[in-house]
Every structure is written in structure tokens, then in C-alpha cells.
Design a protein. Sequence first.
Length: 160
Amino acid sequence: MTTSTHETRIDVDPELPLVRITREFDAPPAKVFRAHTDPELVVQWLGPRGLEMTIDHYDCRTGGSYRYVHRQDGEEYGFHGSFHEVRPDQLIVQTFTFEGMPDGVALEKLVLEDLGDGRTRLTSTSLVDSFADRDAMIASGMEVGIREGYERLDELLARS
């Protein structure tokens, strides 16, 4: 386990039921994008440490879809969605549904910005139906999963 030198910012919007995540990586946009779109890489970093992840399908292209499951201590947590727009090295727009709350569909937008010198800024927004849904998402422990996942992504990017 490594300690990242980059802060993961997680902010809630006061006027919209939206969560914004900002994070820098010491890797070019093409590498960060590939880590988000190649299922063999996604399974190595997405989510908190200690969970096992399996991917049912992961077709990261405009019009594609995905489903994966995290497992821990006999519990399973399924997630699925559709990819609405995928632009290599720049943008992924998708829906995200936690199967434990099937009516709580989020619209997510991930933007990669080339900072030069082999660095990338990732900005991800997640828009949900209500402030109550947003607050429940925050209270679910998503912050730990995001921070640990991005630490794991740092480790993966450093190896590749």
C-alpha cells in the first residue's frame, strides 16, 4: 500500500443534488482513461481495499453497458449502468445504479484534463434525483471507496 501525494476532493453542491470529485494523477490522460475503460484494469483498482470485484460485462463505448459485483464477508453489492458518451482520453458519461437501491440512478460525467508533464486532472460529477439520495450516497461510505480506489489506481498507474 502506498500513500498518495494527491488529495482527493469530494464536494457536494449546495444548489444541486450533485457530488463533485477532483483528483490529480501522475500519468497522462491516455493511461488514466485506459484504467477506466479496460475491464482487466478496472477490476484491479475500483472500490475500497478488501473487496473482491468481478465483472459480469464491461463494454465501455458510446452505447455500451456494464455490470460488476463487489463481495466481502459473504455479502454481494451489484452495480450496473450504461455508457452514454465515451471519448478516448477525455470523457466518459454514464449512468450508475447500486442494485441495493434500484430507483436511485445517478448520471455521472468523468472529464480528464491534460496538465502536461505526464499528469492528469480527473473531475467526476454524480447527479442524483434528490438531496436525500445524494446525502444517502455520501453516508453510504462512498468516500472511503473513492479515496482507497484512487490510491489503488495510483499504484496501478505506477506499475504500468
